[in-house]
Design a protein around this ligand. Structure first.
Ligand SMILES: C[S@@+](CC[C@H](N)C(=O)[O-])C[C@H]1O[C@@H](n2cnc3c(N)ncnc32)[C@H](O)[C@@H]1O
Length: 291
């Protein structure tokens, strides 16, 4: 995964309104290192994946196609939380290469999708990866756009979007209550939020995780506690906040896939399953409504 990173690089010049500076480790991992290119991920996505409906015998090796589909299916899980998305305006927070934003437009009938990421290199990659869709003569002019912006300071006016979604990015947000306030601000009354990522199950677990998993120790990830994340959404004025554990569709198959990776030099990425099985960490889907 993130073994042997290159020397630190600055996050680069801002493109659009600048958000808070990214922590150095986050800037490096999504800058020159380009996490989407390491063997743990595939197809340009950067998430652990939601593994369902695997064809064939359960014991067969998992393929790169399975891996890509798991990452797409994590998006489908999140986007499936929106009731009647057709024609609506959506914002993705932490869009990476923007492949999930494009999937949202293609498969969920949204009117417009805005992919936002705090790292300028990710926005450049998203524009490149989706150049055909963004071209002036494409069938969807203006329906997909990418902008640089941070979860804690979203560069959009109040009441701008109907759907706000985020896939495996909130573990990087330094200020979850700040993100929750921004989400409540940019969502129109009646709008919906759907967010998925991994969280510590308890405050004690949050204290234990850095000793087990280097990304929590080196400043890449923050071990946010799931109940505190839900409380932050409520405190921001969002309603019907629901928390669903989806770890049974994430960790076991991700670990099976990682066990097959010859290029994996470090053993620690396989400790995510240990963290899940010992009750320290889980993967969650949070949903909420605005107004
Ligand atoms: C693990 S990647 C996930 C990318 C994409 N959602 C996917 O599933 O392929 C996390 C992304 O969040 C972005 N990010 C980190 N901190 C952020 C912040 N405070 N606001 C917005 N984006 C952020 C990173 O630059 C990175 O592209």
């Amino acid at each position: 995964m993130t073994q042997h990173p290159p020397p630190a690089q600055p996050a680069g010049p801002p493109d659009g309104p600048a958000g808070p500076d990214l922590p150095d480790r986050v800037a490096r991992v999504y800058g020159e290192l380009d996490l989407s290119t390491v063997p743990a991920f595939a197809g340009g996505f950067i998430n652990f994946g939601y593994w369902t409906g695997l064809p064939g015998p359960a014991g067969r090796p998992l393929t790169e196609d399975d891996r890509v589909r798991s990452e797409q299916d994590l998006y489908r899980l999140v986007l499936g939380a929106f009731d009647r998305p057709r024609g609506r305006t959506a914002l993705e927070v932490g869009c990476g290469r923007g492949l999930g934003s494009a999937l949202a437009l293609r498969e969920f009938g949204l009117g417009t999708v805005i992919g936002m990421d705090a790292h300028p290199d990710q926005i450049a990659r998203a524009r490149e990866a989706n150049a055909a869709l963004l071209a002036p003569r494409a069938g969807s002019p203006g329906r997909l756009e990418f902008l640089r912006g941070a979860a804690e300071r979203i560069p959009l006016p109040d009441d701008r979007v109907d759907c706000l979604f985020s896939v495996e990015a909130a573990q990087h947000f330094r200020d979850l209550p700040g993100f929750a306030r921004e989400a409540a601000r940019v969502l129109r009354p009646g709008g919906r939020l759907a967010l998925t990522t991994f969280f510590a199950r308890t405050p004690e677990a949050a204290r234990a995780l850095p000793a087990l998993l280097p990304p929590f120790a080196d400043g890449l990830d923050v071990p946010h506690v799931i109940d505190e994340a839900a409380a932050a959404l409520r405190a921001a004025g969002l309603r019907e906040v629901r928390v669903r554990s989806v770890g049974d569709g994430v960790w076991e198959c991700y670990d099976r896939y990682m066990a097959q990776q010859p290029a994996l030099r470090d053993e620690w990425p396989r400790r995510y399953l240990t963290a899940y099985e010992t009750g320290l960490l889980d993967y969650y889907l949070l949903t909420a409504g605005a107004g």
